[in-house]
Design a protein around this ligand. Sequence first.
Ligand SMILES: [Zn+2]
Length: 613
Amino acid sequence: MASYSQAVLDDIRAAVDVVDLVSRYVNLRKAGASWKGLCPFHAEKTPSFTVNPRKGVFHCFGCGVGGDAFGFLMRQDRLAFPEAVRALAQRAGVELPTQRSPETDGKLEGLRRVMALAAQFYTDALWAKEGARAQAYIESRGVDLEVARRFGLGYAPDGWNALLSHMAKEGVTDAELVSAGLALPRQNAPGFYDRFRGRLLFPIRDLQARVVAFGGRAMGAEEPKYLNSPETPLYVKGQMLYALDVAREGMRQKNRAVVVEGYLDCLMAHQHGFIETVAALGTAFTAAQLSLLRRYADEVVSVFDADEAGQKATSRLEEMLTDVMDLRNLGWSVSRTGSFEKTGYFPIKVAVLPEGHDPDSLLRAEGAPALQSRLDAARSILDFVLERALGEEDLTTPRGRSTAHARVALILSRVPNAEEATALAREAARKLGVDATQLWIEAQQLQGARSRKTTAAPAGPSGSAQAWPPPSFSERDLLLMLLHMEEARIGLLPYLEEVHIAHPGLRAILGALRRAPEGMAPEALMAELPGEAERSLLAALLLDQREWTDIHIQVTDLQKRYDIRRRKQRIRELSLAITQAQSTGDPAVASLQAELRNLQDLAQAVRGMVTGR
Ligand SMILES: [Zn+2]
Protein backbone atom coordinates (compact mmCIF):
# COMPACT_ATOMS: atom_id res chain seq x y z
CA MET A 1 0.00 0.00 0.00
CA ALA A 2 1.26 3.40 -0.94
CA SER A 3 2.09 5.75 1.89
CA TYR A 4 2.95 9.41 1.67
CA SER A 5 5.38 11.54 3.57
CA GLN A 6 4.08 14.17 5.96
CA ALA A 7 5.66 16.85 3.75
CA VAL A 8 3.63 15.72 0.74
CA LEU A 9 0.44 15.66 2.79
CA ASP A 10 1.23 19.15 4.12
CA ASP A 11 1.71 20.41 0.58
CA ILE A 12 -1.68 19.05 -0.44
CA ARG A 13 -3.41 20.42 2.64
CA ALA A 14 -1.87 23.83 1.97
CA ALA A 15 -3.15 23.82 -1.60
CA VAL A 16 -6.67 22.54 -0.91
CA ASP A 17 -9.32 24.83 0.47
CA VAL A 18 -11.60 22.65 2.55
CA VAL A 19 -14.53 25.05 2.05
CA ASP A 20 -14.23 24.70 -1.71
CA LEU A 21 -14.00 20.96 -1.40
CA VAL A 22 -16.99 20.53 0.89
CA SER A 23 -19.00 23.04 -1.14
CA ARG A 24 -19.08 20.53 -3.95
CA TYR A 25 -21.38 18.43 -1.81
CA VAL A 26 -22.90 20.71 0.80
CA ASN A 27 -24.54 24.08 0.49
CA LEU A 28 -22.40 26.07 2.90
CA ARG A 29 -23.10 29.50 4.25
CA LYS A 30 -20.70 31.77 6.03
CA ALA A 31 -21.25 31.95 9.78
CA GLY A 32 -18.57 34.01 11.47
CA ALA A 33 -15.18 32.48 10.85
CA SER A 34 -16.76 29.19 9.81
CA TRP A 35 -19.15 27.88 7.20
CA LYS A 36 -22.28 25.97 7.99
CA GLY A 37 -24.53 23.62 6.12
CA LEU A 38 -26.77 20.59 6.38
CA CYS A 39 -24.74 17.52 7.23
CA PRO A 40 -24.27 15.16 4.26
CA PHE A 41 -23.71 12.26 6.62
CA HIS A 42 -26.95 12.34 8.58
CA ALA A 43 -30.44 13.70 7.93
CA GLU A 44 -31.09 17.06 9.54
CA LYS A 45 -33.18 20.18 9.01
CA THR A 46 -31.06 22.78 10.78
CA PRO A 47 -27.42 23.06 9.80
CA SER A 48 -25.02 21.64 12.35
CA PHE A 49 -22.31 20.74 9.87
CA THR A 50 -19.44 23.20 10.25
CA VAL A 51 -16.35 23.81 8.14
CA ASN A 52 -13.46 25.90 9.37
CA PRO A 53 -11.26 27.03 6.47
CA ARG A 54 -8.38 28.27 8.61
CA LYS A 55 -8.12 25.04 10.50
CA GLY A 56 -8.84 23.10 7.34
CA VAL A 57 -11.35 20.86 9.11
CA PHE A 58 -15.04 19.97 9.18
CA HIS A 59 -17.21 18.83 12.04
CA CYS A 60 -20.85 17.92 12.52
CA PHE A 61 -22.35 18.81 15.89
CA GLY A 62 -25.29 16.56 15.08
CA CYS A 63 -23.70 13.21 14.35
CA GLY A 64 -20.19 13.99 15.50
CA VAL A 65 -18.24 13.16 12.35
CA GLY A 66 -15.29 15.36 11.52
CA GLY A 67 -11.87 15.51 9.99
CA ASP A 68 -9.73 17.22 7.40
CA ALA A 69 -10.00 17.38 3.62
CA PHE A 70 -8.77 13.82 3.23
CA GLY A 71 -11.24 12.56 5.80
CA PHE A 72 -14.11 14.36 4.15
CA LEU A 73 -13.39 12.88 0.75
CA MET A 74 -12.88 9.39 2.17
CA ARG A 75 -16.27 9.52 3.86
CA GLN A 76 -18.12 11.31 1.09
CA ASP A 77 -16.80 9.34 -1.86
CA ARG A 78 -16.01 6.18 0.14
CA LEU A 79 -12.35 6.28 -0.73
CA ALA A 80 -9.39 4.66 0.94
CA PHE A 81 -6.83 7.10 2.32
CA PRO A 82 -4.31 6.80 -0.55
CA GLU A 83 -7.14 7.29 -3.06
CA ALA A 84 -8.29 10.43 -1.26
CA VAL A 85 -4.70 11.70 -1.26
CA ARG A 86 -4.36 11.07 -4.98
CA ALA A 87 -7.72 12.69 -5.76
CA LEU A 88 -6.91 15.83 -3.78
CA ALA A 89 -3.35 16.05 -5.08
CA GLN A 90 -4.61 15.93 -8.64
CA ARG A 91 -7.23 18.63 -8.03
CA ALA A 92 -4.77 20.81 -6.15
CA GLY A 93 -2.10 20.43 -8.81
CA VAL A 94 0.39 18.98 -6.35
CA GLU A 95 2.84 16.62 -7.94
CA LEU A 96 2.61 13.29 -6.21
CA PRO A 97 5.18 10.52 -6.29
CA THR A 98 2.55 7.92 -7.27
CA GLN A 99 4.81 5.05 -6.45
CA ARG A 100 6.86 6.47 -3.62
CA SER A 101 10.00 5.99 -5.63
CA PRO A 102 13.24 6.68 -3.85
CA GLU A 103 14.49 8.41 -7.00
CA THR A 104 11.68 10.99 -7.03
CA ASP A 105 11.90 11.62 -3.31
CA GLY A 106 15.65 11.69 -3.51
CA LYS A 107 15.50 14.17 -6.35
CA LEU A 108 13.25 16.58 -4.43
CA GLU A 109 15.35 16.20 -1.31
CA GLY A 110 18.44 16.83 -3.43
CA LEU A 111 16.92 20.01 -4.87
CA ARG A 112 15.98 21.25 -1.40
CA ARG A 113 19.52 20.70 -0.22
CA VAL A 114 20.90 22.61 -3.20
CA MET A 115 18.51 25.52 -2.57
CA ALA A 116 19.37 25.60 1.13
CA LEU A 117 23.11 25.62 0.39
CA ALA A 118 22.70 28.33 -2.24
CA ALA A 119 20.60 30.48 0.10
CA GLN A 120 23.29 30.20 2.75
CA PHE A 121 25.99 31.10 0.24
CA TYR A 122 24.09 34.20 -0.95
CA THR A 123 23.27 35.35 2.60
CA ASP A 124 26.90 34.95 3.67
CA ALA A 125 27.97 36.92 0.60
CA LEU A 126 25.61 39.79 1.47
CA TRP A 127 26.95 40.25 5.00
CA ALA A 128 30.61 39.69 4.02
CA LYS A 129 32.97 42.33 2.69
CA GLU A 130 32.09 41.55 -0.92
CA GLY A 131 28.46 42.42 -0.15
CA ALA A 132 29.28 46.02 0.82
CA ARG A 133 27.65 47.44 -2.31
CA ALA A 134 24.47 45.41 -1.76
CA GLN A 135 24.37 46.42 1.92
CA ALA A 136 24.72 50.06 0.94
CA TYR A 137 21.93 49.59 -1.59
CA ILE A 138 19.63 48.07 1.06
CA GLU A 139 20.31 50.98 3.37
CA SER A 140 19.75 53.50 0.59
CA ARG A 141 16.33 51.93 0.06
CA GLY A 142 15.51 52.47 3.72
CA VAL A 143 15.29 48.77 4.57
CA ASP A 144 16.23 47.97 8.17
CA LEU A 145 19.03 45.44 8.36
CA GLU A 146 16.95 43.44 10.83
CA VAL A 147 14.17 43.16 8.22
CA ALA A 148 16.69 42.20 5.56
CA ARG A 149 17.89 39.39 7.81
CA ARG A 150 14.37 38.23 8.70
CA PHE A 151 13.53 37.87 5.02
CA GLY A 152 16.84 36.13 4.36
CA LEU A 153 18.08 38.57 1.73
CA GLY A 154 21.21 37.58 -0.14
CA TYR A 155 23.74 38.82 -2.63
CA ALA A 156 24.85 37.05 -5.79
CA PRO A 157 28.47 38.11 -6.35
CA ASP A 158 29.63 39.49 -9.70
CA GLY A 159 31.39 37.13 -12.06
CA TRP A 160 30.27 34.06 -13.92
CA ASN A 161 30.88 31.18 -11.55
CA ALA A 162 30.93 32.32 -7.93
CA LEU A 163 28.11 29.96 -7.01
CA LEU A 164 29.28 27.17 -9.32
CA SER A 165 32.74 26.99 -7.80
CA HIS A 166 31.45 27.25 -4.23
CA MET A 167 28.91 24.49 -4.78
CA ALA A 168 31.51 22.25 -6.42
CA LYS A 169 33.31 22.29 -3.07
CA GLU A 170 30.06 21.18 -1.41
CA GLY A 171 29.82 18.25 -3.80
CA VAL A 172 26.93 19.69 -5.81
CA THR A 173 27.15 18.88 -9.51
CA ASP A 174 26.65 21.41 -12.31
CA ALA A 175 23.66 19.39 -13.52
CA GLU A 176 22.02 19.69 -10.09
CA LEU A 177 22.51 23.46 -10.15
CA VAL A 178 20.91 23.62 -13.58
CA SER A 179 17.85 21.64 -12.46
CA ALA A 180 17.57 23.91 -9.42
CA GLY A 181 17.45 26.86 -11.83
CA LEU A 182 20.64 28.37 -10.43
CA ALA A 183 23.00 27.78 -13.37
CA LEU A 184 22.72 27.74 -17.16
CA PRO A 185 24.70 25.93 -19.88
CA ARG A 186 26.97 28.22 -21.90
CA GLN A 187 25.76 29.08 -25.38
CA ASN A 188 28.88 28.58 -27.53
CA ALA A 189 31.20 26.66 -25.29
CA PRO A 190 31.11 23.70 -22.96
CA GLY A 191 30.43 24.43 -19.30
CA PHE A 192 27.96 26.43 -17.24
CA TYR A 193 27.50 29.87 -15.69
CA ASP A 194 25.63 31.36 -12.70
CA ARG A 195 22.09 32.58 -13.38
CA PHE A 196 22.26 35.32 -10.72
CA ARG A 197 25.21 37.72 -10.94
CA GLY A 198 25.71 41.03 -9.13
CA ARG A 199 22.14 41.10 -7.85
CA LEU A 200 20.29 41.52 -4.57
CA LEU A 201 18.41 38.27 -3.96
CA PHE A 202 15.03 37.74 -2.32
CA PRO A 203 14.54 34.09 -1.41
CA ILE A 204 11.06 32.73 -2.11
CA ARG A 205 10.13 30.25 0.60
CA ASP A 206 7.37 27.69 0.93
CA LEU A 207 5.05 27.43 3.94
CA GLN A 208 7.64 25.38 5.76
CA ALA A 209 10.06 28.30 5.20
CA ARG A 210 12.22 26.24 2.84
CA VAL A 211 13.81 28.26 0.02
CA VAL A 212 12.40 27.10 -3.32
CA ALA A 213 13.37 29.98 -5.65
CA PHE A 214 14.98 33.43 -5.81
CA GLY A 215 13.97 36.80 -7.12
CA GLY A 216 16.99 38.86 -8.16
CA ARG A 217 16.91 42.65 -8.31
CA ALA A 218 19.38 44.75 -10.26
CA MET A 219 21.07 47.40 -8.15
CA GLY A 220 22.00 49.66 -11.05
CA ALA A 221 20.65 50.17 -14.54
CA GLU A 222 21.11 46.54 -15.63
CA GLU A 223 18.34 44.80 -17.48
CA PRO A 224 16.17 43.11 -16.61
CA LYS A 225 15.40 44.93 -13.39
CA TYR A 226 14.03 41.70 -11.94
CA LEU A 227 15.33 38.25 -12.77
CA ASN A 228 13.54 35.30 -11.23
CA SER A 229 14.13 31.58 -10.87
CA PRO A 230 12.47 29.43 -13.51
CA GLU A 231 9.87 26.87 -12.51
CA THR A 232 11.36 23.74 -10.96
CA PRO A 233 9.86 20.69 -9.27
CA LEU A 234 9.99 22.80 -6.07
CA TYR A 235 8.69 26.07 -7.48
CA VAL A 236 5.43 26.27 -9.40
CA LYS A 237 4.36 29.77 -10.37
CA GLY A 238 0.84 30.75 -9.42
CA GLN A 239 0.88 28.45 -6.41
CA MET A 240 3.08 30.52 -4.14
CA LEU A 241 3.13 33.98 -2.65
CA TYR A 242 6.24 35.84 -1.58
CA ALA A 243 6.60 36.13 2.23
CA LEU A 244 3.55 33.98 3.00
CA ASP A 245 5.64 32.02 5.50
CA VAL A 246 6.41 35.25 7.37
CA ALA A 247 3.02 36.95 6.89
CA ARG A 248 0.54 34.20 7.68
CA GLU A 249 0.59 34.82 11.42
CA GLY A 250 -0.03 38.53 10.78
CA MET A 251 -2.92 37.63 8.49
CA ARG A 252 -4.50 35.56 11.22
CA GLN A 253 -4.10 38.40 13.71
CA LYS A 254 -5.54 41.06 11.44
CA ASN A 255 -7.94 38.82 9.52
CA ARG A 256 -6.72 40.54 6.38
CA ALA A 257 -4.17 39.85 3.66
CA VAL A 258 -2.48 42.69 1.79
CA VAL A 259 -1.10 41.89 -1.64
CA VAL A 260 1.53 44.14 -3.22
CA GLU A 261 3.51 43.76 -6.43
CA GLY A 262 7.18 43.99 -5.51
CA TYR A 263 9.58 42.38 -3.04
CA LEU A 264 10.72 45.75 -1.71
CA ASP A 265 7.11 46.94 -1.34
CA CYS A 266 6.50 43.84 0.73
CA LEU A 267 9.56 44.34 2.93
CA MET A 268 8.76 47.98 3.56
CA ALA A 269 5.17 47.12 4.42
CA HIS A 270 6.36 44.64 7.06
CA GLN A 271 8.86 47.17 8.36
CA HIS A 272 6.02 49.65 8.88
CA GLY A 273 3.84 47.21 10.76
CA PHE A 274 1.77 45.75 7.89
CA ILE A 275 2.81 42.26 8.86
CA GLU A 276 -0.04 40.72 6.84
CA THR A 277 1.59 41.62 3.48
CA VAL A 278 2.66 39.29 0.68
CA ALA A 279 3.83 39.90 -2.90
CA ALA A 280 2.07 38.31 -5.84
CA LEU A 281 5.18 37.08 -7.70
CA GLY A 282 4.12 38.25 -11.13
CA THR A 283 1.06 39.93 -12.49
CA ALA A 284 -1.29 36.97 -12.54
CA PHE A 285 -3.21 36.28 -9.36
CA THR A 286 -4.59 32.78 -9.37
CA ALA A 287 -7.44 31.04 -7.62
CA ALA A 288 -4.82 28.84 -5.97
CA GLN A 289 -3.20 31.90 -4.42
CA LEU A 290 -6.54 33.28 -3.32
CA SER A 291 -7.31 29.93 -1.81
CA LEU A 292 -4.05 30.04 0.16
CA LEU A 293 -4.82 33.50 1.53
CA ARG A 294 -8.34 32.54 2.51
CA ARG A 295 -6.95 29.99 4.91
CA TYR A 296 -5.64 32.84 7.02
CA ALA A 297 -7.92 35.83 6.46
CA ASP A 298 -11.40 36.76 5.31
CA GLU A 299 -10.38 39.83 3.38
CA VAL A 300 -7.77 40.27 0.65
CA VAL A 301 -6.70 43.79 -0.28
CA SER A 302 -4.79 44.23 -3.51
CA VAL A 303 -2.71 47.41 -3.58
CA PHE A 304 -2.31 49.18 -6.93
CA ASP A 305 -0.46 52.24 -8.18
CA ALA A 306 -2.78 55.02 -9.22
CA ASP A 307 -1.82 55.04 -12.90
CA GLU A 308 -2.18 51.29 -13.38
CA ALA A 309 -5.01 50.60 -10.97
CA GLY A 310 -7.87 50.47 -13.42
CA GLN A 311 -6.19 48.29 -15.97
CA LYS A 312 -4.66 45.94 -13.43
CA ALA A 313 -7.82 45.60 -11.38
CA THR A 314 -9.77 44.81 -14.52
CA SER A 315 -7.33 42.16 -15.67
CA ARG A 316 -7.05 40.71 -12.18
CA LEU A 317 -10.80 40.45 -11.97
CA GLU A 318 -10.85 38.79 -15.37
CA GLU A 319 -8.16 36.34 -14.28
CA MET A 320 -10.04 35.51 -11.14
CA LEU A 321 -13.37 35.03 -12.82
CA THR A 322 -11.75 32.93 -15.52
CA ASP A 323 -9.98 30.84 -12.91
CA VAL A 324 -13.17 30.40 -11.02
CA MET A 325 -14.91 29.23 -14.15
CA ASP A 326 -12.16 26.82 -15.07
CA LEU A 327 -12.30 25.38 -11.59
CA ARG A 328 -16.03 25.06 -11.79
CA ASN A 329 -15.67 23.03 -14.92
CA LEU A 330 -13.36 20.74 -13.04
CA GLY A 331 -16.11 20.20 -10.55
CA TRP A 332 -15.10 22.78 -7.97
CA SER A 333 -17.49 25.33 -6.69
CA VAL A 334 -15.32 28.13 -5.46
CA SER A 335 -17.75 30.66 -6.75
CA ARG A 336 -21.17 29.35 -6.04
CA THR A 337 -21.03 28.64 -2.37
CA GLY A 338 -17.50 29.62 -1.55
CA SER A 339 -15.74 32.89 -1.58
CA PHE A 340 -18.47 35.08 -3.00
CA GLU A 341 -21.33 33.92 -0.88
CA LYS A 342 -21.97 36.61 1.71
CA THR A 343 -23.96 39.66 0.70
CA GLY A 344 -21.74 42.44 -0.51
CA TYR A 345 -18.77 40.19 0.03
CA PHE A 346 -16.17 39.67 -2.60
CA PRO A 347 -12.87 38.31 -1.40
CA ILE A 348 -10.71 40.91 -3.14
CA LYS A 349 -10.68 44.60 -2.51
CA VAL A 350 -8.72 47.26 -4.33
CA ALA A 351 -6.65 49.93 -2.57
CA VAL A 352 -5.39 52.66 -4.88
CA LEU A 353 -2.27 54.62 -3.95
CA PRO A 354 -1.79 58.36 -4.46
CA GLU A 355 -0.53 59.44 -7.88
CA GLY A 356 3.14 58.62 -8.47
CA HIS A 357 3.55 56.26 -5.51
CA ASP A 358 4.11 52.59 -4.95
CA PRO A 359 3.84 51.17 -1.41
CA ASP A 360 7.59 51.50 -0.93
CA SER A 361 7.80 55.18 -1.89
CA LEU A 362 4.58 56.07 -0.07
CA LEU A 363 5.79 54.50 3.17
CA ARG A 364 9.15 56.23 2.92
CA ALA A 365 7.63 59.62 2.08
CA GLU A 366 4.63 59.67 4.41
CA GLY A 367 4.88 56.71 6.78
CA ALA A 368 2.41 54.04 7.86
CA PRO A 369 -0.71 56.23 8.29
CA ALA A 370 -0.67 57.09 4.57
CA LEU A 371 -0.85 53.43 3.55
CA GLN A 372 -3.28 52.65 6.35
CA SER A 373 -5.76 55.23 5.10
CA ARG A 374 -5.57 53.79 1.58
CA LEU A 375 -6.17 50.29 2.90
CA ASP A 376 -9.10 51.54 4.95
CA ALA A 377 -10.58 53.08 1.80
CA ALA A 378 -10.26 49.84 -0.20
CA ARG A 379 -13.32 48.89 -2.23
CA SER A 380 -14.68 45.69 -3.72
CA ILE A 381 -12.82 44.95 -6.94
CA LEU A 382 -16.14 44.49 -8.74
CA ASP A 383 -17.47 47.80 -7.61
CA PHE A 384 -14.21 49.40 -8.68
CA VAL A 385 -14.17 47.85 -12.14
CA LEU A 386 -17.83 48.63 -12.67
CA GLU A 387 -17.35 52.27 -11.86
CA ARG A 388 -14.48 52.49 -14.30
CA ALA A 389 -16.58 50.94 -17.04
CA LEU A 390 -19.12 53.67 -16.42
CA GLY A 391 -16.51 56.40 -16.09
CA GLU A 392 -14.91 55.72 -19.46
CA GLU A 393 -18.07 56.30 -21.43
CA ASP A 394 -19.75 59.63 -22.14
CA LEU A 395 -23.08 59.06 -20.47
CA THR A 396 -24.58 62.24 -21.90
CA THR A 397 -24.79 60.65 -25.35
CA PRO A 398 -27.09 57.76 -26.29
CA ARG A 399 -24.14 55.92 -27.80
CA GLY A 400 -22.05 56.29 -24.66
CA ARG A 401 -24.92 55.12 -22.53
CA SER A 402 -25.57 52.06 -24.64
CA THR A 403 -21.86 51.09 -24.68
CA ALA A 404 -21.67 51.52 -20.92
CA HIS A 405 -24.87 49.51 -20.60
CA ALA A 406 -23.38 46.63 -22.57
CA ARG A 407 -20.10 46.71 -20.64
CA VAL A 408 -21.87 46.69 -17.31
CA ALA A 409 -24.14 43.83 -18.39
CA LEU A 410 -21.05 41.87 -19.39
CA ILE A 411 -19.37 42.42 -16.04
CA LEU A 412 -22.54 41.59 -14.14
CA SER A 413 -22.97 38.43 -16.13
CA ARG A 414 -19.70 37.17 -14.70
CA VAL A 415 -20.56 37.83 -11.09
CA PRO A 416 -21.32 34.44 -9.59
CA ASN A 417 -23.14 35.74 -6.53
CA ALA A 418 -26.70 36.80 -7.22
CA GLU A 419 -27.02 39.15 -4.29
CA GLU A 420 -23.81 40.98 -5.07
CA ALA A 421 -24.80 41.19 -8.71
CA THR A 422 -28.26 42.53 -7.90
CA ALA A 423 -26.83 45.22 -5.66
CA LEU A 424 -24.33 46.21 -8.33
CA ALA A 425 -27.01 46.17 -11.02
CA ARG A 426 -29.12 48.55 -8.99
CA GLU A 427 -26.25 50.95 -8.49
CA ALA A 428 -25.13 50.80 -12.12
CA ALA A 429 -28.70 51.26 -13.30
CA ARG A 430 -29.04 54.34 -11.15
CA LYS A 431 -25.87 55.85 -12.62
CA LEU A 432 -26.88 54.93 -16.15
CA GLY A 433 -30.45 56.05 -15.67
CA VAL A 434 -31.81 52.73 -16.89
CA ASP A 435 -34.05 50.07 -15.47
CA ALA A 436 -32.15 47.65 -13.19
CA THR A 437 -34.32 44.74 -14.25
CA GLN A 438 -33.51 45.29 -17.90
CA LEU A 439 -29.79 45.38 -17.10
CA TRP A 440 -30.19 42.31 -15.00
CA ILE A 441 -32.02 40.32 -17.64
CA GLU A 442 -29.36 41.16 -20.19
CA ALA A 443 -26.60 40.09 -17.83
CA GLN A 444 -28.42 36.87 -17.26
CA GLN A 445 -28.83 36.14 -20.92
CA LEU A 446 -25.08 36.61 -21.33
CA GLN A 447 -24.47 34.34 -18.37
CA GLY A 448 -26.81 31.74 -19.78
CA ALA A 449 -25.09 31.86 -23.14
CA ARG A 450 -21.72 31.39 -21.51
CA SER A 451 -22.73 28.56 -19.21
CA ARG A 452 -24.30 26.69 -22.13
CA LYS A 453 -20.95 27.00 -23.81
CA THR A 454 -18.73 26.09 -20.86
CA THR A 455 -20.74 23.60 -18.86
CA ALA A 456 -19.53 20.25 -20.01
CA ALA A 457 -21.94 18.09 -18.08
CA PRO A 458 -25.17 18.84 -16.25
CA ALA A 459 -24.95 18.97 -12.47
CA GLY A 460 -25.24 15.36 -11.46
CA PRO A 461 -26.24 13.78 -8.17
CA SER A 462 -23.07 15.22 -6.65
CA GLY A 463 -24.79 18.61 -6.33
CA SER A 464 -25.50 19.83 -2.84
CA ALA A 465 -29.23 19.17 -3.32
CA GLN A 466 -28.64 15.68 -2.03
CA ALA A 467 -28.15 17.15 1.40
CA TRP A 468 -31.75 18.34 1.35
CA PRO A 469 -34.66 16.21 2.40
CA PRO A 470 -37.21 15.85 -0.38
CA PRO A 471 -39.67 18.76 -0.38
CA SER A 472 -43.14 18.09 0.94
CA PHE A 473 -45.76 17.54 -1.71
CA SER A 474 -47.85 20.59 -0.87
CA GLU A 475 -44.89 23.00 -0.71
CA ARG A 476 -43.63 21.80 -4.04
CA ASP A 477 -47.07 22.13 -5.61
CA LEU A 478 -47.43 25.61 -4.25
CA LEU A 479 -44.13 26.72 -5.78
CA LEU A 480 -45.02 25.03 -9.05
CA MET A 481 -48.25 26.93 -9.20
CA LEU A 482 -46.55 30.21 -8.38
CA LEU A 483 -43.94 29.68 -11.06
CA HIS A 484 -46.30 28.60 -13.80
CA MET A 485 -49.41 30.68 -13.16
CA GLU A 486 -49.30 34.44 -13.05
CA GLU A 487 -52.70 34.55 -11.39
CA ALA A 488 -51.30 32.53 -8.50
CA ARG A 489 -48.39 34.91 -8.13
CA ILE A 490 -50.59 37.98 -8.07
CA GLY A 491 -53.12 36.40 -5.76
CA LEU A 492 -50.88 34.58 -3.32
CA LEU A 493 -47.46 36.26 -3.03
CA PRO A 494 -48.84 39.04 -0.78
CA TYR A 495 -49.81 36.35 1.73
CA LEU A 496 -46.58 34.37 1.64
CA GLU A 497 -43.35 34.76 3.54
CA GLU A 498 -40.21 32.65 3.44
CA VAL A 499 -40.85 31.38 6.99
CA HIS A 500 -43.91 29.56 5.69
CA ILE A 501 -41.76 27.22 3.61
CA ALA A 502 -39.76 24.55 5.39
CA HIS A 503 -37.69 23.30 2.48
CA PRO A 504 -34.53 25.41 2.09
CA GLY A 505 -34.44 25.22 -1.71
CA LEU A 506 -38.10 26.08 -2.15
CA ARG A 507 -37.71 28.81 0.44
CA ALA A 508 -34.90 30.39 -1.57
CA ILE A 509 -37.02 30.26 -4.71
CA LEU A 510 -39.98 31.84 -2.94
CA GLY A 511 -37.67 34.56 -1.64
CA ALA A 512 -36.44 35.27 -5.15
CA LEU A 513 -40.02 35.34 -6.44
CA ARG A 514 -41.04 37.79 -3.77
CA ARG A 515 -38.11 40.08 -4.53
CA ALA A 516 -38.56 39.90 -8.30
CA PRO A 517 -40.21 42.87 -9.96
CA GLU A 518 -43.73 42.30 -11.22
CA GLY A 519 -43.91 40.79 -14.69
CA MET A 520 -40.44 39.22 -14.52
CA ALA A 521 -40.30 35.81 -16.17
CA PRO A 522 -39.75 32.92 -13.71
CA GLU A 523 -36.84 31.74 -15.85
CA ALA A 524 -35.12 34.99 -15.03
CA LEU A 525 -34.98 33.95 -11.38
CA MET A 526 -32.15 31.56 -12.16
CA ALA A 527 -29.43 34.09 -11.51
CA GLU A 528 -31.18 35.38 -8.39
CA LEU A 529 -30.58 32.10 -6.62
CA PRO A 530 -27.60 31.59 -4.37
CA GLY A 531 -26.45 28.12 -5.37
CA GLU A 532 -26.29 25.34 -7.89
CA ALA A 533 -28.72 23.27 -5.83
CA GLU A 534 -31.37 25.98 -5.80
CA ARG A 535 -30.89 26.47 -9.52
CA SER A 536 -31.19 22.74 -10.13
CA LEU A 537 -34.40 22.73 -8.14
CA LEU A 538 -35.77 25.74 -9.99
CA ALA A 539 -34.91 24.05 -13.27
CA ALA A 540 -36.78 20.93 -12.17
CA LEU A 541 -39.82 22.99 -11.22
CA LEU A 542 -39.78 24.95 -14.43
CA LEU A 543 -39.61 21.74 -16.40
CA ASP A 544 -42.52 20.22 -14.51
CA GLN A 545 -45.27 20.80 -17.07
CA ARG A 546 -48.74 20.02 -15.92
CA GLU A 547 -52.31 20.97 -16.61
CA TRP A 548 -53.64 23.58 -14.23
CA THR A 549 -57.39 23.34 -13.88
CA ASP A 550 -59.66 25.54 -11.79
CA ILE A 551 -56.72 27.78 -11.03
CA HIS A 552 -59.03 30.54 -9.87
CA ILE A 553 -60.75 28.27 -7.36
CA GLN A 554 -57.42 26.99 -6.06
CA VAL A 555 -56.07 30.48 -5.63
CA THR A 556 -59.19 31.69 -3.83
CA ASP A 557 -59.15 28.63 -1.61
CA LEU A 558 -55.52 29.16 -0.67
CA GLN A 559 -56.13 32.86 -0.08
CA LYS A 560 -58.80 31.88 2.42
CA ARG A 561 -56.46 29.51 4.22
CA TYR A 562 -53.69 32.08 4.28
CA ASP A 563 -56.12 34.67 5.56
CA ILE A 564 -57.07 32.39 8.44
CA ARG A 565 -53.41 31.78 9.16
CA ARG A 566 -52.77 35.50 9.20
CA ARG A 567 -55.72 36.19 11.54
CA LYS A 568 -54.71 33.41 13.90
CA GLN A 569 -51.27 34.92 14.01
CA ARG A 570 -52.80 38.32 14.77
CA ILE A 571 -54.86 36.80 17.58
CA ARG A 572 -51.73 35.29 19.09
CA GLU A 573 -50.01 38.65 18.93
CA LEU A 574 -52.94 40.47 20.51
CA SER A 575 -53.29 37.90 23.28
CA LEU A 576 -49.67 38.36 24.09
CA ALA A 577 -49.97 42.17 24.04
CA ILE A 578 -52.95 42.06 26.39
CA THR A 579 -51.27 39.69 28.81
CA GLN A 580 -48.24 41.94 28.90
CA ALA A 581 -50.31 45.10 29.37
CA GLN A 582 -52.17 43.47 32.25
CA SER A 583 -49.05 42.25 33.98
CA THR A 584 -47.35 45.65 33.84
CA GLY A 585 -50.50 47.52 34.85
CA ASP A 586 -50.52 49.53 31.63
CA PRO A 587 -52.93 52.47 32.12
CA ALA A 588 -53.98 52.45 28.47
CA VAL A 589 -57.28 50.82 29.35
CA ALA A 590 -59.16 52.23 26.39
CA SER A 591 -56.74 50.87 23.84
CA LEU A 592 -56.64 47.58 25.69
CA GLN A 593 -60.40 47.29 25.47
CA ALA A 594 -60.33 48.20 21.80
CA GLU A 595 -57.81 45.49 21.27
CA LEU A 596 -59.99 43.04 23.14
CA ARG A 597 -62.96 43.84 20.95
CA ASN A 598 -60.76 43.53 17.94
CA LEU A 599 -59.61 40.16 19.11
CA GLN A 600 -63.16 38.95 19.57
CA ASP A 601 -64.16 40.14 16.10
CA LEU A 602 -61.19 38.38 14.62
CA ALA A 603 -61.96 35.19 16.46
CA GLN A 604 -65.52 35.38 15.19
CA ALA A 605 -64.33 35.91 11.64
CA VAL A 606 -61.96 32.99 11.81
CA ARG A 607 -64.65 30.69 13.14
CA GLY A 608 -66.95 31.84 10.36
CA MET A 609 -64.36 31.11 7.72
CA VAL A 610 -63.49 27.73 9.10
CA THR A 611 -67.07 26.60 9.39
CA GLY A 612 -67.92 28.18 6.05
CA ARG A 613 -70.61 30.51 7.42
ZN1 LIG B 1 -23.95 14.97 10.78
